[in-house]
Design a protein around this ligand. Structure first.
Ligand SMILES: [Zn+2]
Length: 83
């Protein structure tokens, strides 16, 4: 089980990965979008909860990656239509 470091949501398996192929389990260092709070997390085997907040370098990479921007915007659009 993993726990989002931003909002404490618990997941059996994290949901959206940027760097892993579709259907693959996350690897150390993969970016994961929390579907509850829409914040990016980094999958980390060494962390007891499996996820940690991105460090400054990872946050910069995510901000500059069009794929991560697209996924986050899609998440915002999706949650906006549900509320
Ligand atoms: Zn979260």
């Amino acid at each position: 089980m993993t726990i989002c470091p931003h909002c404490d949501a618990e997941y059996d398996v994290p949901t959206i990965f940027v760097s892993a192929p579709a259907g693959a389990l996350p690897q150390d260092g993969d970016a994961v979008l929390c579907v509850r709070c829409g914040e990016w997390c980094i999958y980390d085997d060494a962390d007891s909860y499996g996820l940690r907040k991105p460090n400054r370098r990872e946050a910069r990479l995510l901000t500059g990656d069009p794929r991560s921007q697209f996924i986050r915007e899609a998440w915002h659009d999706f949650t906006a239509t549900r509320n």
